[in-house]
Write a protein that binds this ligand. Sequence first.
Ligand SMILES: Cc1cc2nc3c(=O)[nH]c(=O)nc-3n(C[C@H](O)[C@H](O)[C@H](O)COP(=O)(O)O)c2cc1C
Length: 167
Amino acid sequence: MKALIVYYSWTGNTKTVADAVSSVTGGKLRPLEEKHKRRKRSGFLGAAFGALVGARSVLLNPDYDTSEYEMVFIGTPVWAMHPAPAINSFLRYASLQGKSVYLFTTNASGKPQRTLESLTKKIRKKGGTLVGSFSIRTDRNLKVDPKKALEFVREWAKERKLQKTGR
Ligand SMILES: Cc1cc2nc3c(=O)[nH]c(=O)nc-3n(C[C@H](O)[C@H](O)[C@H](O)COP(=O)(O)O)c2cc1C
């Protein structure tokens, strides 16, 4: 089974986890990039508001094609308890019909539940089957440690008997 790992990351944590998922599953990474760059500090409010109202962002060179893959991982930071707008854009245009979908989030609090629930609804609407999810919490400096992320994902995949796939 071929795996695709679609993710959005503003400050690098979700990328760290996506890299770990790719290393463990052998899946192909597909980072989503926004056409309009967000400003590091002043962009915070706009980012939070956009996520809160379920906005979509304009993606740079978007690729919505999932046809080659049976498994699709979708990773997002939690923003104002919601998925990031780039992920909303991907989910608006990509087909997940017949796909096994895994979700992952990174977040500063231990409460990603609302984000996972809202994504689960969208995935079902697009015909996907959610088969698993996990969340990784940042440390006090709002960072995810790459080694810990890799250990966590390894263990998580082992428990689910997920095998390394081709790209
Ligand atoms: C605009 C914004 C809103 C956030 N809102 C939340 C939130 O509601 N709950 C939470 O646990 N973390 C929140 N965070 C923290 C991020 O989820 C966390 O730092 C995440 O790992 C960032 O991922 P990234 O580095 O891939 O962009 C927020 C961060 C930003 C920038």
